[in-house]
Design a protein around this ligand. Structure first.
Ligand SMILES: [Zn+2]
Length: 195
């Protein structure tokens, strides 16, 4: 039998009420009751888990403490993420520690399974493409990926400025590309202004 966890109960409630906007308090009441029946004690942090499921892309946040489950969206998210068993294998292989700083569950940190090659670049949901990161390094990695997206934006802006002979904007973009070079960021993406 599947283990009854706070998260599994939350998802059970939401999947039984697809596409309905549900208040956190409503979900909490039901989850607490079911959890009590299964474990003989009340769960803590139901709303934290709801929030986490939202961050994992499973639930959609409608407004303050109101969430919705959309089966179509969930199918897409699941397609793009590690299955629960692969995620567990990744954690186990990495000894439940961040591959960058070596800290993890033992040190009381939250951990996440990260795609080495990102999903946006066709990275697969496999053990080989997965690595364990602590929440902090996972967030840092997000920043780096946004910086990379930023460079691509500036390349577009530079191209359009060049067409319009907007010298001021071209000069600004050049300074931005210089900053990327100076800080050794995203050199693999070629800057467009050096020909
Ligand atoms: Zn770390």
């Amino acid at each position: 039998m599947e283990r009854i966890t706070i998260k599994s109960l939350i998802m059970e409630f939401f999947t039984n009420h697809p596409n309905r906007e549900l208040k956190t308090s409503t979900v909490e009441d039901w989850v607490s009751e079911q959890y009590f029946k299964a474990h003989g004690k009340y769960p803590s942090n139901v709303s934290t888990d709801i929030n986490q499921l939202h961050h994992d892309g499973r639930l959609i946040n409608i407004s303050y403490r109101v969430y919705k489950y959309d089966p179509d969206n969930d199918r897409k998210v699941k397609l793009h993420d590690f299955s629960d068993s692969v995620r567990e294998e990744i954690f186990k292989r990495d000894d439940y520690r961040c591959v960058i700083c070596g800290l993890g569950r033992e040190a009381g940190l939250g951990i996440a399974a990260d795609h080495k090659i990102p999903r946006s670049k066709n990275g697969k949901n496999t053990l080989e493409n997965g690595q364990t990161l602590c929440n902090q390094h996972n967030n840092l990695k997000k920043n780096y990926s946004q910086i990379e997206t930023g460079k691509r934006y500036f390349i577009k802006i530079y191209g359009s400025a060049k067409e319009k002979r907007d010298v001021k904007m071209m000069a600004f973009c050049k300074s931005v590309f210089d900053a990327y070079d100076k800080h050794d960021m995203d050199k693999q993406i070629e800057r467009p202004d050096l020909d």
